[in-house]
Write a protein that binds this ligand. Structure first.
Ligand code: B1M
Length: 212
């Protein structure tokens, strides 16, 4: 199936058409992951390229982001894995200085769908806030997202803050986001790296030894 109309609608920020196309594809039995990857995420890549080339500006990027978020809401019920008991508590957030939350929200949604309890701290989360919430929730895992190369060092600072507060041995750390690499995760001492929301679920299960 071609997702061209959906792609064009997300790029243009045409929420109504984008939602209709998402629903149409889901109702036609298209795999939700394919709609996400080939329609929505692909559209955001085009938006990113246009922004880099100066063909669009922040307001258009925001409009596309809003369109994508609305479409993800439409897809949400198609991602649930039907898990009744919690597999573990995960604190998740976008690191300090960074306001990008679509990828982080997707990761949270997939983890929730896979049966984890999610405590979402939102965006621009300072290391000390991660530490406090992990302590408060007695979390098993913390997931950090960064979309800017300039905010990636916040991940390292948060891991350091965890160590300084004596929490590093009790909580596993997963990191991800477009500029983040496996090598970077190893360099800063994270326990796992995930390139997308699906892999984040897999990595969380591996870390907690609950892989089926
Ligand atoms: Co901005 N932005 N942005 N932006 N933005 C990027 C990231 C950029 C690559 C665009 C570009 O120049 N081509 C560029 C970053 C360059 C760099 O540092 N490498 C950029 C820039 C420069 C900026 C500003 C500085 C622009 C400006 O103001 N001059 C500014 C910074 C603001 C800030 O954060 N302080 C800015 C602002 C914004 C908006 C607010 C307008 C908007 C965000 C709205 C929102 O999130 N609510 C926005 C958007 C929409 C983008 C692009 C176009 C799309 C991002 C997105 O949502 N992708 C983006 C270009 C691009 O990515 N192609 C761009 C879809 C999403 C599903 O993918 O987030 O990668 P992603 O998540 C993936 C994986 O990375 C992974 O799983 C997800 C998919 O399954 N993943 C994880 C993510 N987190 C994970 C965590 C995990 C595991 C996996 O474990 C915990």
């Amino acid at each position: 199936m071609s997702y061209q109309t959906l792609l064009d609608a997300v790029i243009k920020g045409d929420i109504k058409t984008a939602k209709e196309e998402t629903l149409k594809a889901a109702d036609a039995g298209q795999n939700a992951q394919d709609i996400l990857d080939q329609g929505l995420i692909e559209a955001m890549n085009v938006v990113g390229d246009k922004f880099t080339k100066g063909a669009i500006f922040v307001p258009q990027m925001l409009r596309s982001a809003k369109t994508m978020q609305e479409c993800i809401e439409v897809l949400k019920p198609h991602f649930q894995e039907n898990a009744m008991t919690t597999k573990g508590k995960i604190v998740i957030g976008t690191v300090k200085g960074d306001l990008h939350d679509i990828g982080k929200n997707l990761v949270g949604m997939m983890l929730e769908g896979a049966g984890f309890s999610i405590i979402d701290l939102g965006v621009d989360v300072a290391p000390e806030v991660f530490v406090d919430k992990i302590k408060e929730a007695n979390a098993d895992v913390v997931g950090m997202s960064a979309l800017l190369s300039t905010t990636m060092p916040s991940m390292s600072l948060t891991i350091k803050a965890l160590a300084d507060s004596g929490l590093r041995d009790t909580v596993k750390v997963i990191i991800g986001g477009a500029p983040v690499t496996r090598k970077y995760a190893e360099d800063i001492g994270a326990d796992a790296y995930a390139s997308d929301a699906g892999s984040a679920v897999l990595e969380a299960k591996k870390l907690l030894n609950i892989l089926r």
